[in-house]
Ligand binder design. Structure first.
Ligand code: VOV
Length: 247
């Protein structure tokens, strides 16, 4: 039997993608629209406080294309806290104008293909990666993925050495994008329909295209990568909210 790689888990993640009922929104009375936006702003401020208190992190972004209009990525220490964020938000007036088109549940994951930390609980660099403040970049890209389990291309039948070698090459490509993109890999085996969620943050969306394309030629992606729906969006700030929702 092949040996499973050890993984470290950090905060739980919910990617929550919603479409806006624009017909209802544009025909709603102005006072109601204002109240709905005030509630959303209050939530965004609350989420900033959660981040400042190191009890989680949340990102809000608009989504380009039909898959959704607005997206939230929440990180929280427990699955219960994650559920509470979602349930609380669902009760807002703003949420009445949204429909949850898609969501993804996972947990921030680091594997030790590269190195084994002596005491990960005490290692500040590892803790910062397991419990990250989400980057405030202009753009976000999310997609779920699997590693193939077919015939000679079965990732889970490879030896640890073979997998480590391929992950090394993967990491080297990733590292050449250092400073231009930040990746947060969340594991979702047993939690959602795919094996990992990949969330990328960058100020230039072309970097998503370049990085993902370059990785397609790397063995671990070329032979074993299977990909779900890609979602790309722009960071929502309090300043941009009024403009985006203006009728
Ligand atoms: C900024 C780019 C970047 C960098 C530096 C990077 C580095 C690394 C390292 C060093 C490691 C291993 C240790 C760890 O940290 O877990 C990983 C791990 C992983 N990656 Fe990665 N990855 C990047 C980026 C990056 C992308 C764009 C993708 C999507 C692949 C594609 O084709 O679209 C990806 C996927 C993954 C996955 C699914 C895993 C877990 C695999 C497993 O079997 O466990 N990743 N990754």
């Amino acid at each position: 039997m092949s040996e499973a790689v050890n993984t470290l888990e950090g905060w739980f993640a919910l990617h929550d993608f919603r479409s806006i009922d624009w017909t209802a929104w544009t025909s709603a009375p102005e006072t109601e629209r204002r109240q709905a936006l005030e509630e959303l702003k209050a939530f965004m401020n609350k989420w900033s406080d959660v981040e400042a208190g190191k009890q989680g992190s949340s990102a809000v972004f608009t989504v380009v294309g039909h898959k959704a209009d607005i997206g939230f990525m929440h990180l929280r220490p427990t699955l219960e806290e994650l559920e509470a964020v979602e349930a609380e938000f669902n009760k807002t007036l703003f949420a009445m104008y949204t429909m949850q088109n898609y969501s993804y549940v996972s947990v921030v994951e680091l594997s030790n293909y590269a190195s084994q930390a002596e005491n990960p609980e005490e290692d500040p660099a590892i803790q910062a990666r397991l419990k990250p403040a989400l980057p405030k970049t202009k753009h976000v890209c999310f997609y779920p993925m699997n590693k193939k389990r077919e015939g000679n291309d079965n990732w889970y039948m490879l030896s640890m050495e073979e997998r480590r070698g391929m992950m090394y090459s993967h990491g080297m490509i990733g590292r050449s994008y250092s400073g231009r993109v930040t990746q947060i890999i969340t594991g979702s085996v047993g939690l959602d329909d795919w094996e990992w969620g990949v969330t990328l943050f960058a100020d230039d969306p072309i970097v998503f295209k370049k990085l993902v394309y370059e990785m397609r030629f790397d063995e671990v992606s070329a032979r074993f990568g299977e990909f779900g729906t890609f979602i790309v969006g722009n960071r929502m700030t309090e300043e941009r909210l009024d403009e985006y929702f203006a009728v």
